[in-house]
Design a protein around this ligand. Structure first.
Ligand code: FE
Length: 167
């Protein structure tokens, strides 16, 4: 059985994952509107991954007799200046998620909730990957700078991303 504290924290994390999914979907729409279809694909894959993260937490709660309480999702940022600024916003979002996962893990330790700790270890590993991936995209976009042909090459490369990271 889940403690009230853990239950509330897991519901908040489900909301954060779904909000992230919505953020990335808005980024995909931005890239579609700026004719960078590869980066749009990258963001669609990312959006779907976040939805699956929410579902991992959702299933964990249901399996343990918890009550899933879905909360409101705010409108995400719709306009961006450059492709680089989109990925910088993505990294910022992932850093926020990492902080939330770490706090959740600390709470699961406090509450001696071992099953939640095991689940959250997967998320801790995942966040290292998420931050690294966003940082690599930022670094490569900085290298491309204002060179259109380099940007189009990156767009092709980002478009090759598949949903391999999702279990
Ligand atoms: Fe996530």
């Amino acid at each position: 059985m889940l403690s009230k504290k853990i239950q509330d924290a897991l519901n908040a994390q489900i909301n954060l994952e779904l909000s992230s999914s919505y953020h990335y979907l808005a980024m995909a729409a931005f890239f579609e509107s700026t004719s960078l279809p590869g980066m749009a694909t990258w963001m669609k894959v990312q959006s779907e991954e976040e939805r699956l993260h929410a579902m991992k937490l959702f299933d964990h709660m249901c399996d343990r007799g918890g009550k899933v309480v879905l909360q409101q999702i705010a409108q995400p940022q719709l306009h961006f200046d450059t492709p680089l600024s989109v990925f910088e916003a993505a990294l910022e979002n992932e850093q926020k998620v990492t902080g939330a996962i770490n706090s959740l893990y600390a709470l699961a330790q406090q509450e001696s909730d071992y099953p939640s700790q095991v689940l959250l270890q997967w998320f801790i590993t995942e966040q290292v990957e998420e931050e690294k991936t966003a940082q690599t995209a930022i670094d490569q976009l900085k290298m491309a700078g204002s060179d259109a042909s380099a940007l189009l090459m990156l767009d092709q490369q980002f478009g090759g991303r598949s949903a391999a990271g999702v279990e």
